[in-house]
Design a protein around this ligand. Structure first.
Ligand code: ATP
Length: 233
């Protein structure tokens, strides 16, 4: 079986500065892959390449085994690649419902989108007319997830889902991510700190200065992860 998402030997740069060097990442349907690493390692750039928002200098982006290098973010979104960016990815001045209405561009009706969102996240059903920016960080992240899942993605990518949230809320959010994976979505998660995601991920890779230093099943990486993080602190 082909991975749904594959970055093959990808290098990428900002101007003359290379920030990714020969990165290989693949995510199978239903799998959760965590991409970890210190500040500035290139994690966000990897996600930007994977959703078509940043060009590769060399290497390939494949979806379901097909070469999609150079395809626009818009076209990749249409075929099921969804990125929830760092900082929630909701419109703070719009209500919950308005944030969901925007996802009708996918062709789904607002009724269908709301049904999925409020069944999965009942708290959002109680906040329909509330302005997103006035909700708690955890609720905003739930809304961001609901918006992402409303597109019925084949690939869901999350950048720093846990940022600024209490561990209990993060665990709850990851339970929703795991549920999406159980339904077959390929999930690629970026986190700077490992603990939150390691309980959920099937595979973890650590990016340091644009290269994957170590990777494997999270429970086999424990000690190496600790030394890498302490080493780069
Ligand atoms: P963080 O956790 O801080 O977001 P990261 O691992 O996601 O870190 P990236 O954001 O991918 O790392 O950044 C990788 C490198 O590229 C960093 O050195 C960063 O300074 C640089 N960089 C990121 N965005 C740009 C940009 N728009 N222009 C120039 N350099 C950039």
């Amino acid at each position: 079986m082909n991975p749904i998402l594959e970055l093959r030997d990808v290098s990428a740069a900002y101007g003359k500065i290379t920030v990714l060097r020969g990165v290989n990442v693949s995510v199978m349907p239903g799998q959760i892959v965590a991409l970890l690493g210190p500040n500035g390692a290139g994690k966000t750039t990897t996600l930007r390449v994977a959703c078509g928002a940043h060009p590769v200098s060399s290497g390939q982006l494949l979806l379901g085994g097909r070469d999609m290098t150079g395809v626009s973010p818009r076209d990749l979104a249409r075929i099921g690649v969804c990125l929830i960016p760092e900082g929630r990815g909701v419109f703070p001045n719009l209500t919950v419902r308005e944030n969901l209405v925007m996802m009708t561009f996918t062709g789904r009706s607002i009724e269908e989108i709301e049904e999925v969102a409020y069944t999965r996240f009942p708290i959002l059903g109680k906040r329909v007319s509330q302005t997103a920016g006035t909700m708690s960080g955890g609720e905003q992240q739930m809304l961001a997830l609901a918006r992402g899942l409303a597109t019925d993605p084949a690939v869901l990518m999350l950048d720093e889902l846990s940022m600024g949230l209490a561990p209990r809320i993060v665990a709850e959010l990851y339970e929703h991510v795991a549920e999406a994976a159980r339904q077959g979505v390929a999930v690629l998660v970026v986190e700077q700190f490992a603990t939150a995601v390691l309980h959920t991920a099937d595979h973890a890779a650590v990016l340091v200065r644009g290269e994957i230093e170590i990777e494997g099943p999270p429970d086999e990486l424990g000690d190496e992860l600790a030394s890498l993080y302490l080493g780069s602190a």
